[in-house]
Design a protein around this ligand. Structure first.
Ligand SMILES: CC(C)(COP(=O)(O)OP(=O)(O)OC[C@H]1O[C@@H](n2cnc3c(N)ncnc32)[C@H](O)[C@@H]1OP(=O)(O)O)[C@@H](O)C(=O)NCCC(=O)NCCS
Length: 336
């Protein structure tokens, strides 16, 4: 019997957290192995949502046994495909299950008149491996890099670069909750006409940037926020944020940089490098052995900065976007 025949695809809302827990625990093992990421706190949050039976999605059953799931969340007129995961008898089998699940979910979204934008970032999966179902639905694909910096066990033999000196009118300080509003304003401005604003439309508005920050600081989806290892740069002359770096803990000894940006007028003066070097030095003092981050491959300047600091590409994955929002349709000449 083919996989297609023996699989049943059912509405996620029929399933309890208890029924899905083994699958999620299996996925958590993969996150740890592939990305050094402790996914357990994200899973506990997801299980709470699953038990409230509100998440749109699907479960795959193989002869009555739960073998895969996918879900999305709605943010206004946008849907974000949150996850897809399957366990099969072999990788080809798992791939077939995830493709079936994604096809169901994307078809559901295609028939949801209120949804005019869909985003997804499949961090766990190698580039190309999940793209088939998305390409069939007309998505654009943006390759992204998962980069890692490992703290050297001994003092490096090559002479260190001369550290950049912070201009005296700049103040570097730790993140506090008073930074929320100015940080959102900085993010919104820093990503104007930026490739990452086509991947994540939260960057395009101030409200969206606040929401982005809120998710990073309050929820464990990107690790547990580390206020002590997150930094803001303020131009004292005009009391304005010029740059920021946010960091989360994704495993006991692994940090993840969730945001780095410098306001356009301050770029190319070494501030991005100063933020990164400061962060690396502090995390090393705090016992972190590795730092990870994600960056869009087309963002060549940022990639160059990370490489020059010793980050290496550990893994390539895809971000997927489909946008048919009224402004987008208008710009494509699709509106009457
Ligand atoms: C990426 C970003 C943070 C860099 O900040 P910055 O303060 O301009 O960076 P620096 O001046 O410290 O430059 C550091 C390095 O980046 C590279 N770089 C940055 N801008 C560059 C440019 N215009 N041309 C060539 N190289 C550049 C260089 O390798 C430079 O090395 P150097 O110190 O030997 O000159 C900034 O451009 C930014 O905020 N961009 C928008 C948001 C973004 O893309 N964030 C990263 C998301 S993963």
């Amino acid at each position: 019997m083919t996989v297609a025949n023996q699989l049943e695809i059912l509405d996620l809302r029929h399933f309890s957290a208890r029924q899905l827990r083994p699958l999620l625990e299996d996925e958590a093992r993969l996150w740890k192995m592939r990305l050094r990421w402790n996914y357990e706190s994200s899973i506990e949050l997801l299980l709470q949502y699953l038990d409230s039976r509100i998440l749109p999605g699907f479960v795959a059953l193989d002869r009555g046994r739960v073998c895969g799931f996918t879900f999305c969340v709605y943010e206004g007129h946008k849907a974000v495909v949150g996850d897809v995961y399957a366990v099969g008898s072999d990788p080809v089998h798992s791939q077939q299950i995830t493709e079936r699940l994604l096809r169901h979910l994307l078809e559901l979204l295609r028939h949801s008149p209120d949804v005019d934008r869909i985003e997804s970032q499949m961090l766990l999966y190698e580039t190309g491996s999940m793209s088939k179902s998305f390409l069939e639905e007309g998505f654009s694909i943006h390759p992204r890099l998962f980069m890692e910096f490992d703290q050297p066990e001994s003092v490096p033999t090559s002479p260190p670069r001369t550290p950049r000196i912070l201009p005296e009118y700049m103040e570097l300080s730790r993140w506090t909750s008073t930074s929320y509003q100015p940080a959102a304003e900085l993010i919104h401005a820093a990503y104007a006409n930026h490739i990452d604003a086509s991947i994540n439309d939260q960057y395009r508005t101030l409200h969206g940037s606040l929401r982005f920050l809120h998710n990073i600081v309050r929820f464990p989806g990107c690790g547990v926020f580390e206020a002590n290892s997150s930094w803001v740069l303020r131009d004292k002359r005009i009391d304005m944020l010029a740059g920021m770096l946010l960091c989360s803990r994704v495993a006991p000894d692994v940090a993840h940089i969730t945001q780095l940006c410098v306001a356009a007028p301050y770029r190319r003066h070494g501030l991005g490098r100063i933020l990164m070097e400061h962060c690396i030095e502090n995390l090393s003092g705090d016992g972190f052995s590795a730092i990870t981050l994600t960056v869009t491959e087309a963002n060549a300047l940022a990639v160059k900065l990370y490489e020059s600091l010793g980050f290496t590409v550990h893994h390539r994955f895809d971000a997927m976007v489909k946008d048919a929002s009224p402004t987008r349709r208008d710009s494509l000449g699709l509106l009457g």
